[in-house]
Write a protein that binds this ligand. Structure first.
Ligand SMILES: Cc1cc2nc3c(=O)[nH]c(=O)nc-3n(C[C@H](O)[C@H](O)[C@H](O)COP(=O)(O)OP(=O)(O)OC[C@H]3O[C@@H](n4cnc5c(N)ncnc54)[C@H](O)[C@@H]3O)c2cc1C
Length: 414
């Protein structure tokens, strides 16, 4: 590890590895540091089809196609009474190859991205924790202080620090930039099952979203490789975690309350332990500064309902890398230059936020909305694919908004 780099990237998740890959590929000396020993477990297994374009740019499509990862061709919703919606098939709406995506074991997926950054020229170190981001008195980043795998503390200087540290969001925490999204104080409890029943045919790899009987919580059903399925419950943090029950009992109780899951779990057996994540949705009020920029979850995170997290991380990694590369060309590493992509990103992600709000509006249902407004099926499928940066939404939200007039959270970040 040298003492100085053009760019230091914190975090070897999808955001950090993407950013490091692209700035290194453009010829800038790049250090990518990750605190965990890779490969490491991570939640967030279901991809959105629009991940395709970042994976293509990173030169990883062939590896994805040759991988063990389950092919995901659809998303399906199941009501509180157990009624299954028509699956939203991505290829039905857009028959291109890019409409099929994957359900990934994140340990393997993230390792692949981390390795790619190394292949493209970044110096990549796992088991290396950033202890502090070093800022000048005027707030400009000048490097990081880190602890290496053998326990040494070092200061590494850099012209740019890209923060992809995920929910640790190092810079945002240091500068007090994190803002909770009050309506989305959720928690998740999840586990893994062998031999949970899957559909046959094109819906076999679907992400299935299932409400529990009172709509107090919902489950994700994500089919992974080797007949293992990720099954997780999401609900208000207070509802799920402050009941006096331990997380195992709470999870079981919610499973019993989920009609859509019962037949799928008849022959299934849990493997491994239960995991818990709490209060994970937040936003940041400033996304870049002189010589630094936030990417991925370090920038902000929205509820997992539409599986947008990894897609957002890849897109932010890519866009921020382009801004950094252009900044070096123009000798401009200002907040404005490094964050020039942020407003457009926020405009796009707002559509997903509105869909999140719709999902959590108790008297709103996508099934009912589609029945009354079948003309919007294409627009909705576009959003489930992740196509948020064009005008494909049409006037769907003009119809949907009144039903969620009491939901202010998506306006809060707009
Ligand atoms: C319950 C739940 C379910 C989810 N389900 C989905 C899903 O189905 N699909 C989806 O797309 N997304 C999902 N997500 C979101 C997804 O997990 C994240 O959005 C995604 O991992 C963000 O990528 P990232 O690179 O920004 O951060 P991460 O993947 O979290 O990577 C950040 C990395 O930084 C490292 N790091 C942190 N601090 C330091 C430090 N000080 N020094 C060095 N390294 C550091 C961490 O170890 C980590 O490896 C879910 C999230 C939750 C909470």
């Amino acid at each position: 590890m040298r003492d100085a780099y053009d760019v230091v990237v914190i975090g070897g998740g999808p955001a950090g590895s993407t950013a490091a890959s692209l700035v290194a590929q453009a010829g800038h000396s790049t250090l990518l540091v990750e605190r965990e020993k890779f490969p490491r477990f991570h939640v967030g297994e279901s991809l959105m089809p629009e991940c395709y374009w970042s994976l293509e740019r990173l030169g990883l499509l062939e590896r994805m196609k040759a991988s063990k990862f389950t092919r995901k061709k659809s998303v399906q919703f199941v009501t509180a009474s157990g009624k299954e919606s028509e699956p939203f098939y991505f290829t039905e709406h857009d028959p291109r190859e890019s409409s099929t995506t994957w359900q990934v074991e994140r340990a393997d997926f993230d390792q692949m991205l981390f390795d790619r950054a190394s292949e493209l020229g970044a110096d990549c170190y796992d088991q290396t924790r950033v202890l502090d981001v070093l800022l000048d008195d005027d707030g400009a980043a000048r490097g990081v202080k880190l602890r290496t795998v053998d326990g040494q503390t070092r200061e590494i200087s850099a012209k740019v620090v890209m923060d992809g540290s995920g929910q640790s969001s190092l810079i945002a925490n240091k500068l007090g930039l994190r803002e909770d999204i009050p309506d989305l104080r959720k928690a998740a409890i999840w586990g893994y099952y062998k031999n949970a029943m899957r559909d046959e045919g094109d819906n076999a790899g679907a992400t299935i979203v299932m409400h529990t009987n009172q709509k107090d919580s919902w489950f994700w059903f994500i089919p992974l490789s080797n007949e293992v399925t990720s099954i997780g419950c999401v609900g208000d943090s207070d509802y799920l975690l402050k009941t006096g029950l331990d997380s195992e009992s709470r999870y079981r109780l919610e499973l019993d309350r989920c009609p859509g899951l019962q037949s799928r779990l008849e022959k299934a057996e849990r493997v491994g332990k239960i995991n818990v994540a709490k209060e994970y949705s937040y936003w940041t009020k400033q996304h870049s500064g002189q010589g630094w920029v936030l990417i991925g979850d370090a920038f902000g995170f929205l509820d997992p309902i539409y599986s947008s997290g990894v897609y957002f991380a890849l897109v932010m990694g890519e866009r921020a890398a382009d801004a950094v590369i252009e900044g070096f060309e123009q000798d401009d590493l200002s907040a404005k230059q490094l964050g020039k992509w942020c407003e457009d990103f926020k405009r796009g992600s707002r559509w997903i936020h509105k869909l999140v709000d719709a999902f959590y509006t108790k008297d709103f249902s996508f099934g009912g909305f589609m029945r009354d407004n079948p003309q919007f099926r294409g627009n909705l499928t576009d959003l489930l694919i992740g196509r948020i940066f064009n005008d494909g939404v049409g006037n769907m939200f003009e119809k949907m908004d009144p039903a969620m007039a009491n939901k202010a959270s998506s306006q809060a970040i707009a």
